[in-house]
Design a protein around this ligand. Structure first.
Ligand SMILES: *Cc1c(COP(=O)(O)O)cnc(C)c1O
Length: 408
């Protein structure tokens, strides 16, 4: 069992460690940004360094055989910088455990292989993240895993997709790129009463806007490459859960398969996470301004944003999210070619895949992020444009996008 401890001890770290070991909450917990800035990140006990050190060491000296000084022996098994990140991420999702990986897909792979064995069945969203679909459809089916895509915004669609062998329901909300909303609490009820677990890929919302464990999910997944890291400079992933037994299996598999983040990557992610709350507030402010502009533009036929009162998932989103996020999609009335021209015609919005960084990005899902699902049940409209609204000045962003729409 891996029992690596943190880099120092303060009331915050002790609070969380006690919470993890006792298996229950210990009363009112500190606020989101206090946790983001402090949990797992105590001043270094040997030097007083305020910022968590990057520990590049692959191995750790032992005082006699098996005499570990702080629980560390080899950095694939556990590394102090990674421990700091894991403790912080667990706190941000209100979970007792977090397990960090070298990418979001590394996290997904470990979770799927821990929870499913040959013959088992998983329900995935009908507009799942392309990489998740590829992993399930192209890799795991080769190992005897079966799957059904379903619209998880519709509980009857989920019930119809369930089989006696269903062990897992995989949910994203809001979804990518159509920004559909699924009711996490309701899905947890349906999944768990069928003997399946619910995992929520919370990448689009970030832990600041939505905490699925508190709503009944068994596991939360993040591609920390996106909002959590927030600066488009590091790839990573993480799983959070309050299930002690599952956490031990995830840690065991993390060590067994070795898909761990390096200490530099863990540190960069930890650096990003400190400002998550202020970034998310600004992402949301800016997204609202962009949605307003798009809704009034003649070249736009439909705006997809859970913050809009007419969005079919608005009420559920308002119930389970703090705000509605920085992702906005829209359709261009004149069709595919015009949508491609809009994507190529912005100056501030950079044409690129990925999302969640401080800079605004624009993309054409059918030709880019979702090209691999064309012709499948997961195909997306070809006049759809997806925005990751950054934290630049909103008027500049609105002007840039309006000009590209005017020209298209
Ligand atoms: C990017 C992303 C992933 C995969 O994460 P990587 O870090 O790229 O491996 C999974 N789910 C969602 C929703 C994503 O946006």
């Amino acid at each position: 069992m891996i029992t690596a401890c943190g880099t120092g001890d303060s009331w915050l770290n002790l609070l969380y460690r006690r919470r993890r070991s006792r298996g229950r909450s210990v009363g009112p917990m500190p606020g989101f940004s206090t946790n983001a800035i402090h949990v797992g990140q105590e001043p270094d006990p040997t030097t007083g360094a305020v910022i968590t050190p990057i520990h590049p060491s692959s191995t750790f000296a032992q005082d006699g055989v098996g005499g570990l000084r702080a629980g560390y022996e080899y950095s694939r098994s556990a590394n102090p910088t990674r421990t700091a990140l894991q403790e912080c991420l667990a706190a941000l999702e209100g979970g007792r455990h977090a397990v960090a990986f070298g990418s979001g897909m590394g996290a997904s792979d470990v979770l799927l292989r821990v929870l499913l064995k040959p013959g088992d069945h998983v329900v995935i969203p009908h507009d799942a993240y392309g990489g998740t679909f590829r992993l399930v459809d192209k890799v795991l089916t080769g190992w005897g895993i079966e799957y059904t895509p379903a619209d998880l915004g519709d509980l009857d669609a989920l019930r119809a997709a369930l089989r006696p062998t269903t062990r897992l329901v995989w949910c994203e909300t809001p979804t990518n790129p159509l920004l559909g909303v699924a009711d996490i609490g309701a899905l947890a009820g349906v999944a768990q009463s069928a003997g399946a677990r619910l995992v929520v890929d919370n990448t689009f919302a970030s832990p600041y806007l939505q905490n699925p464990l508190a709503l009944g999910a068994d596991v939360v997944l993040h591609s920390t490459t996106k909002y959590v890291g927030g600066h488009s400079d590091v790839v990573g992933g993480a799983l959070m859960t309050s299930d002690d037994e599952l956490a031990q299996r995830l840690l065991f598999t993390q060590n067994s398969v070795g898909s761990v983040p390096g200490p530099f990557d863990a540190w960069l992610t930890l650096r990003g996470v400190k400002t998550l709350a202020v970034r998310m507030e600004r992402h949301c402010d800016n997204a609202e301004r962009i949605v307003e502009m798009l809704a009034g533009h003649a070249a736009v036929s439909q705006v997809l944003y859970p913050g809009l009162a007419e969005h079919p998932g608005h009420e559920v989103a308002a119930k389970q999210m703090r705000r509605f996020g920085g992702m906005v999609s829209f359709t261009v009335a004149a069709g595919r070619e015009a949508a491609l021209r809009v994507c190529a015609g912005t100056r501030l919005f950079t044409l690129a895949e990925s999302l969640g960084g401080v800079e605004s990005l624009i993309e054409h899902p059918a030709a880019m992020t979702h090209a691999s699902v064309s012709g499948s049940a997961l195909e997306v409209p070809d006049n759809l444009v997806r925005l990751s609204v950054g934290i630049e000045d909103a008027p500049d962003l609105a002007d840039d996008l309006r000009a590209a729409l005017d020209r298209a």
